[in-house]
Design a protein around this ligand. Structure first.
Ligand code: G3H
Ligand code: 13P
Ligand code: ZN
Length: 285
């Protein structure tokens, strides 16, 4: 099966009231773990390449691996650029065969974010590629956002309405209290009334970033309120590391990388499948 666009899988998610997992892929074993999980769960799936992934593996390898995996999968697979901040890189991803891109202009002044995102949408739409935009600042779990800072960092619903109308994006990434990285014991405080208002005013699929470690009941509530794409990276990194550590501890004399990476892949598949079940996308492909 060819890669499909983000808007195609999110349209079915809207109709069915579920969300689709977007999992960060950096190497062969991660790509295989994500695709095999999708196949075994009969789920649509989004594989996304971050700035770090592109630096690590290069665009050509990422596209080749994901295309090969998707070709035999028999489930809808989206290849998405995660947090693209450079217009030229977004264009390169489209040219290399990504079926969806994120332009993250959240660090730019609003007018500039609107102008570049709209330009990306015009070009991408002409060739059937979807676009995710971002409004508000989704930080890292190490950034402490105080109550007073909330309004400055979190997505403003009225601004979101304007942003969506003026750019024509297919999905909107929002800052509502989640953050990238491990939450380290503290629970994220999600501003659900804000999420509800953003969804009411924009009516488009909402993207939850920094979803690793978000409690299951908060994920379910988010989906009820219109979250349709859920980004998971840290949970996969932790599963990979756990599988690898355990194997090396138990087999200190092994020198075969394939044997070391098998338990890492097994751990990753377990977490990816459990997220798919939580998001409600199993059996939808
Ligand atoms: O959005 C951030 C992701 O967790 C990816 O981060 O650029 O280190 O791969 P990375
Ligand atoms: P986590 O690493 O916190 O899961 O966030 C992933 C993400 O939002 C990628 O864009
Ligand atoms: Zn993110």
């Amino acid at each position: 099966m060819n890669l499909v666009s983000l808007s195609e899988v999110l349209k079915s998610a809207e109709d069915g009231g579920y969300a689709v997992g977007a999992f960060n892929a950096n190497n062969l074993e991660i790509v295989q773990a994500i695709i095999e999980s999708a196949v075994e769960e009969r789920s649509p799936v989004i594989l996304q390449a971050s700035q770090g992934a592109i630096k690590y593996a290069g665009l050509e390898y990422i596209v080749s691996m994901v295309r090969t995996a998707a070709g035999n999968a028999g489930v809808p697979v989206v290849l998405h650029l995660d947090h693209g901040t450079d217009f030229a890189q977004v264009m390169r991803c489209i040219r290399h065969g990504f079926s969806s891109v994120m332009f993250d202009g959240s660090a730019l002044p609003l007018e500039e974010n609107v102008a570049i995102t709209r330009n990306v949408v015009e070009i991408a739409a002409a060739v059937g590629i979807s676009v995710e935009g971002e409004l508000g600042k989704i930080g890292g779990t190490e950034d402490e956002i105080s109550v007073e800072e909330k309004d400055a960092f979190f997505t403003d619903p009225a601004e979101a309405e304007r942003f969506v109308n003026e750019t024509g994006i297919d999905a909107l990434a929002v800052a509502i209290g989640t953050a990238h990285g491990p939450y380290k014991g503290k629970k994220p405080e999600i501003d659900f009334p804000r999420l509800e208002r953003i969804r009411e005013l924009t009516g488009i699929p909402i993207v939850m970033h920094g979803a690793s470690g978000v409690p299951d009941e908060d994920i379910r509530k988010g989906i009820q309120l219109g979250v349709r794409k859920i980004n998971i990276d840290t949970d996969i990194r932790q599963a990979f590391t756990k599988g690898l550590h355990e194997f090396i501890r138990a087999n200190p004399d092994n020198i075969d990388p394939r044997k070391m990476l098998a338990p890492a892949k097994k751990e990753m598949k377990e977490i990816v499948k459990s997220k798919m079940r939580l998001f409600g996308c199993c059996g939808k492909a």
